[in-house]
Design a protein around this ligand. Structure first.
Ligand code: UT7
Length: 320
């Protein structure tokens, strides 16, 4: 038995912040941002919450899957920007949608989060523990950003993407996933400092800090490597893959991965221009766009690949 995606959905905040808008608050410009990253605008939450965006994306995925909320058995939310330390976002989404009695937890693997959620759901379902699952990648990462730091504030955006999985005889084929804490310090966002009876730390929250070039080098090396690993593991020819759906961090990273794999760039769809880097939400947002506009057809073989803080990375091979 394997997990098959039977419905997808996405939700993004209403407010659009363009590169020109950012040029009014930090020393930057549209030319720098768009040529270095491919990003032209991003959505930023105003009224929206992490759980609210997640629930909206999930509702659409459930509708498409023709799945009643009360039938969902497992909810996994990948996020690094939840509304609360607890309760977890999965419980808030379940409450909002009327999902009762499902197991629900959040998972933290930064921009690789959705991929980890998919792999985790697949493992549960293949073991026969659950017949279906709702998996969501969601971020309101704008609240973790120092809006005075031009090296990071131009890169990220908020949003959510969701998928409903059901067990079947085809769908999820295989995956590889990795992590390496040795380079953990190149992309971080600290939680609160220790502050208790024994120590009095600064209670203020910290912001995202990134050594951009280190992350760039990691991504362009590890993503093609893990895709090759997956192709080899499954005996799949790269020509048989219709699309490589990569985490949308930077169009230059995606182009470089295509080049290293010696594949035409048309097989690497992008929407980073519209949303920026939405971390765990980027893969499911793009997946939903492609599912709804007809680019994905039953039987297509696709590879999803994520990479991000941790460092974490991986890839999954699916038959649509
Ligand atoms: O989800 C995974 C998360 N992250 C990523 O995938 C990010 C991976 N890294 C990258 O995408 C790229 O490293 C960046 C887009 C973040 C930066 O591009 P870069 O070509 O590596 O630029 P850089 O950091 O080497 O900076 C080049 C110059 C510097 O000025 P000097 O020292 O050459 O005078 C920066 O201060 O660009 C400057 N700079 C900016 N200028 C205008 C940095 N940010 C900006 C900005 N606008 N927003």
């Amino acid at each position: 038995m394997t997990a098959r995606i039977i419905g997808t959905g996405r939700a993004v905040p209403a407010e659009i912040i363009t590169n020109d808008d950012l040029a009014k608050v930090v020393e930057t410009n549209d030319e720098w941002i768009s040529t270095r990253t491919g990003i032209r605008q991003r959505r930023v939450a105003k009224e929206e919450t992490t759980a609210g965006l997640a629930a909206e994306a999930a509702r659409k995925a459930l509708e498409q899957a023709c799945m009643a909320p009360e039938d969902i058995q497992l909810v996994i939310v990948a996020t690094c920007s939840s509304d609360y330390f607890f309760p977890n976002t999965a419980c808030l989404v379940a409450e909002e949608l009327g999902i009762r009695h499902a197991a629900g937890f959040d998972l933290s693997a930064a921009c690789t989060g959705f991929l980890y959620a998919l792999n985790t759901a697949q493992a549960y379902m293949a073991a026969g523990m659950y017949k279906n699952a709702l998996i969501i990648g969601v971020e309101t990462i704008s609240k973790l950003i120092d809006w005075k730091d031009r090296s990071t504030c131009v890169l990220f955006g908020d949003g959510a993407g969701a998928a409903v999985l059901e067990t079947g005889d085809r769908g999820f084929l295989d995956m590889v996933q990795h992590s390496d804490g040795e380079k953990a310090d190149v992309l971080t966002c600290r939680t609160r400092a220790m502050n208790n009876l024994l120590v009095s730390g600064d209670p203020s929250l910290d912001y995202i800090k990134m050594e951009g070039q280190e992350v760039f080098k990691f991504a362009v090396k590890k993503v093609p490597e893990c895709i090759e690993e997956l192709l080899e593991k499954t005996g799949t020819a790269r020509e048989d893959i219709k699309y490589f759906i990569l985490h949308q961090a930077n169009s230059r990273i995606i182009s470089s991965v295509a080049k290293r794999l010696k594949m035409e760039e048309e097989k690497f769809p992008m929407n980073v221009n519209l949303y920026g880097n939405t971390s765990a939400a980027s893969i499911p947002i793009l997946l939903d766009e492609m599912n709804r506009d007809g680019r994905l057809q039953r039987g297509d073989k696709i590879i999803l690949s994520g990479f991000g803080a941790g460092l974490t990375w991986g890839a999954a091979l699916l038959e649509w």
